[in-house]
Write a protein that binds this ligand. Structure first.
Ligand SMILES: [Cu+2]
Length: 114
């Protein structure tokens, strides 16, 4: 009987481990892309992600962005740059909580060329 309970616990732990955390599938702008303008910054996830923090930095430092998505877990997160982005290289950094409860973070870059 003890063995059966033990096997059940091992199986339950394995099942938790198998439920992989959400991953970024794609972004807008695409990672590494060169774009003329940025109307929206978008992160798409394979499973809902609660994005807790996001920042955009460029050639002149941090650029203010406005979240369009609140703190609910989503598969599509959107934020809007507060200004027209000048030419240069930009990096987006984000942190979030995966649907399996794991803290996640990611980064990607793109170039704006007018
Ligand atoms: Cu995970």
């Amino acid at each position: 009987m003890k063995q059966i309970i033990f096997a059940g616990i091992v199986w339950a732990l394995a099942a938790v481990g198998a439920a992989a955390h959400s991953k970024t599938e794609q972004t807008t702008p695409a990672s590494g892309a060169t774009v003329e303008a940025v109307e929206v910054i978008e992160l798409r996830f394979d499973d809902p992600m609660r994005v807790t923090a996001i920042s955009l930095s460029g050639p002149e430092g941090e650029v203010a962005i406005e979240r369009e998505t609140d703190l609910d877990p989503v598969t599509q997160f959107r934020a809007l740059p507060s200004v027209d982005l000048p030419t240069g290289a930009y990096t987006v950094d984000w942190r979030g909580l995966s649907s399996d409860g794991h803290p996640m973070r990611g980064t990607f870059g793109f170039v704006v060329a007018h």
